[in-house]
Design a binder for this molecule. Sequence first.
Ligand code: PLP
Length: 553
Amino acid sequence: MLYPLSYGGRIWAEEDCTRRSVEANHVFSCPTSSGPGPSKVRSRCRLGTSTCRAAFATQAARRPAQVAFSTQAAFSACSSSLAQLAGVTHIHVAGEIHVDPAARAPHWLSVPTDVNELMPELWSANTGKDADGVLRIAGLDVDQIAREVGTPAYVLDAADLKARARTFAEAFAGWQVYYAGKSFLCTAVARWVAAEGLGVDVCSGGELAVALRAGVDPGMIGLHGNNKSEEELRTGLAAGVGRIIVDSFDEIARLNRLARYLEARPRVMVRVTTGVEAHTHEFIATAHEDQKFGFSIAGGQAADALQACHESDVLELIGIHSHIGSQIFDTEGFEVAARRTLRLHADFASRTGVRLPELDLGGGFGIAYTSADTPSSPAVLAAAMRTIVAGECAALDIAVPHLSVEPGRAISGPSTFALYRVGTVKKVLLDGGASRLYVAVDGGMSDNIRTALYGAEYSATLASRRSEASPTLSRVVGKHCEGGDILVRDEFLPADISPGDLLAVPAAGAYSHSMASNYNHVPRPPVVAVEDGKLTTLVRRETIDDLLALDLG
Ligand code: PLP
């Protein structure tokens, strides 16, 4: 195995130099300038102090890892031990390679042969480009959409979203699928997914209000949240939601009190932490999880919470809930989580004689944002999860409980692209002779915070015309007063991209609108749905007047 490492602020370890791995999300920082030594690197590792050596080796073996060093001395002090650690056989200091602008592209991003072409996996089923290069969705082209509703806008392929909900319902037939509304919720979408037989997960009073206004059967609504207010619980109880997923002993006490007062008998699930944190092709399984959600199985709180709900005279305990992460492509993490939750389920049954009827394995099914993402289909995931659960139940000699899952982004994400108008284009010179094209659009981190917040990767395409210009490494940025206001960190766009062009970012349907803000007092864009050539505004654009109306001073 060859792991080229380079110094220049960063070390890269890349498997076999094949450029097929994805960029690591684990950045180990060196906190000192005098040479950190491997122990310092270890102590800053996000994966945890005890497992990080092995974890680094695993990361390096699977995909590139980045280690930031502040000095050449620090790099030298660490690189030999990192080399040993990861089986590195070759180290070189970065240099001339940076003259080629493409060398600044992440390893998964290759120069396209035709910069106009779309990667079908990134776009909704009814989105494509005409020969003139204009992006078209369900019979409407983006020029027309931009004329009608302006930019920026979230443009949703309605038939695609409904089909994704249906595909999940079919793949997980016999289980219950709840759509995770936090990924994107409006009344139309709540109605569509409910019509496909899905329940709706909400995690605030606001999301609950949308689902109720949409007419979703309250019995098919799950109420989440690690700190639900008394008001939110009261509304949920009054509406008769089908399940409340409790997350703390304080909440159990609050719910007991409210249920007694309102003479309600809520069906509750206990959210547990399994010690599994899953993301793309990797998962980490530890005993404990250092996070705000749920009750720890390993720490014993999960068993205590189940017992507290069981002993309540007003709560109807129906089962255990676990959610292990996001952008999950494989089922290995679910396997460990299912084993741990089912063992808890079996222990509870043998202790109390009560077999809980339900088990929820959460959401997190991944989607393709870039060419580096290779998600599995719902059918493949469902088949694997059925086998896992059946196997674990057989091993524990227990009946299989009624299962549910909670996909969000896998339904809402790929159905929508964000449409922007280019405002300025700047060529920025980098060290070593390289350059990057900064393409600024009329939106930014206020309509999609994921890149700035999580370092999420996106793709983009010139949407309003065909270009014969060469592909140029570009960065799509927004209009906000913030250096980190980046929408698409790396993409090859045509070198002649100019002010006035339309630019589209695929897979923008999940956690974009729902996490949007008014930073810099920028009004939030509309969500428009297109189906059979007809455009419907689902959520209108905010106006400056909307914002001023909130200011009572
Ligand atoms: N369920 C729970 C409890 C969650 O916290 C989340 C996301 O954070 C989801 C489901 C949906 O995740 P995704 O949109 O990645 O499928």
